[in-house]
Design a protein around this ligand. Structure first.
Ligand code: MSP
Length: 506
């Protein structure tokens, strides 16, 4: 069976409300999946991380059982994907039986192979914060959390360990042999430093709370161990080996840079212990920041993704997030910049191009696409599909959009330079047909290429061009200049991106 392009997002902590940082990763994964899907089989996975003490505490505070509590929260996460048109093939919840059964099987298998062993989990423990602290972090022998500062106690309990240290040399060798396994380079370098400093075995069981996957013999699985396994439990590691074979190893796993360590040091080791290959690639993207700080629930500086999409349109936000900053760098968010991108790139460059092109076609040719003719533009952009695809595959979303914009700019220039209204006035029909054809054909290409980024607006361009179905069609075959049939009846319509003015100061 043909291997599919398999892309994953982290599974999001279910408690609290989704913010624009969460949407960022999901949108990027959606762009990758849509690009791949137009060209072959693809599978995108996301989901929610639902265990752990914090969730249990929040449930108690809400007067609910943990199960009822997580069930009440999950619709918000589905709604976020829907709001942003992010299409996932599966959504895994770590409280689902398919996940739990497989996690226990992993545990048993690793116990049998000796990669999981019983040891002692020891350290300075703050009961209030439910956290182990390194001795070096304590302040006057007390909990270093400024809001706590209570005395800590020495705790020693039996715990299951994963023999992570065993895999250090293999990880170093793997990193060296696969310099593109982890991108960007800055995160790769950081992980190499950690690896060279050594790796401790990882405690993977907890006994001080019970909201987790129960382990045979008592205790629950450490939440990160359970969470990482979602990437294989969702696709059938335990229950659907056929599907599993077509999807694993993942083509790319997207994560925020703060969790690169879990995905590139611990995760490959777990996979190897199970006899599975590491993912092809992990990409650690930057943070969305607001006034220099990471946007996060705990800092409270979050932008509500629902309100944002209602005001600016999901496609404008999608475009902005991927166009404004390179995907591996931090991204300083501002509404003003979003409005500029919406009005200028999308409204002026693209929206006006569509409106003017179809209005001229309507006026001079009753909205019917003229016959194709030789085109220099076609020659100039012959490789555009291949290069956009390559850039998207390398997570260079911004550069991919820049390339698509070169075509948009070239089409706008055609109008300015060839002046179809003059050609019409002078009766130069062959020349006029050639320009009108190129404009429509160029817009067809743009709809195909922009579909992964702004799916609903690309569909609208497609519809206004009078084309059937959707622009999600194989690129190589359909990005041939001249593909648009003569006599296609276009239906120019509403502005694609109506202008949004800044709020009037009170
Ligand atoms: N549950 C863990 C991940 C387990 S994966 C096996 C977790 N969840 S989280 O809810 O905190 O979400 C983490 C992910 O959300 C980040 O890795 C990133 O993809 C995204 N983001 C959360 N805040 C973000 C920003 N401020 N900026 C960009 N992405 C952000 O960690």
């Amino acid at each position: 069976m043909e291997r599919a392009y398999y892309v994953t997002t982290p599974i999001y902590y279910i408690s609290g409300n989704p913010h624009i940082g969460h949407a960022y990763t999901s949108i990027a994964a959606d762009v990758l999946a849509r690009t791949a899907r137009a060209n072959g089989p693809a599978f995108a996975l996301t989901g929610t991380d639902e265990h752990g003490q914090k969730v249990a505490n929040a449930a108690t505070a809400a007067g609910m059982s943990p199960h009822a509590y997580v069930d009440s929260l999950v619709p918000r996460w589905h709604a976020l994907l829907e709001k942003y048109d992010a299409q996932f093939d599966d959504f895994i919840r770590t409280t689902e039986p398919r996940h739990q059964t497989a996690c226990v099987k992993v545990f048993e298998q690793l116990k049998a192979s000796g990669d999981v062993y019983l040891g002692k989990y020891e350290g300075w423990y703050c009961t209030n914060d439910e956290t182990f602290w390194l001795e070096s972090k304590l302040i006057d022998g007390r909990c270093p959390n400024p809001e706590c500062r209570r005395p800590v106690e020495w705790l020693s309990e039996d715990s299951w360990f994963f023999a992570l240290s065993r895999y250090r040399d293999r990880l170093i060798a793997y990193f060296k042999a696969n310099p593109k396994f982890l991108r960007p380079q800055s995160v790769y370098n950081e992980m190499m430093v950690t690896l060279e400093g050594g790796l401790d075995d990882l405690s993977i069981s907890r006994t001080n709370f019970d909201w987790g996957i129960p382990l045979p013999g008592g205790g629950v699985m450490y939440v990160w161990f359970d969470a990482l396994l979602n990437y294989i439990t969702a696709i059938g590691w335990e229950h659907d080996t056929e599907q599993f074979k077509t999807l694993w190893p993942a083509s790319v796993q997207l994560v925020g840079k703060e969790i690169a360590r879990f995905h590139t040091l611990i995760w490959p080791a777990i996979l190897w212990a199970l006899g599975l290959p590491a993912p092809d690639a992990v990409f650690a993207h930057g943070w969305i920041t607001l006034e220099g700080e990471k946007m996060s629930k705990s800092l409270g500086n979050v932008i509500d993704p629902f309100a944002l999409a209602d005001e600016y349109g999901a496609d404008s936000v999608r475009y902005f997030l991927l166009r404004e900053a390179p995907f591996g760098s931090d991204f300083s968010f501002s509404i003003e910049k979003l409005r500029m991108r919406h009005n200028s790139d999308l409204g002026n460059d693209l929206g006006n191009l569509l409106r003017r092109s179809l209005a001229m076609l309507d006026k001079y040719r009753s909205g019917l696409v003229p016959a194709a003719s030789e085109s220099r533009l076609g020659e100039r952009f012959a490789d555009l599909g291949a290069s956009v695809r390559e850039r998207v595959g390398n997570m260079q979303f911004r550069e991919a959009l820049d390339e698509i914009w070169n075509l948009i700019t070239a089409l706008n220039r055609e109008i300015e330079e060839k002046k179809p209204w003059t050609l019409h006035k002078e009766g130069l029909d062959v020349k006029l047909d050639a320009v009108l054809y190129d404009l429509c054909e160029g817009l067809r290409w743009i709809a195909i290429l922009l579909y992964p980024f702004i799916p609903s607006k690309a569909n609208e361009i497609w519809r206004q061009l009078g084309l059937r179905d959707t622009p999600s069609i194989p690129w190589e075959e359909h990005l041939q200049w001249g593909g648009l049939a003569a006599q296609t009846q276009t239906n120019g319509g509403d502005a694609l991106f109506p202008r949004i003015d800044p709020p009037v100061p009170a």
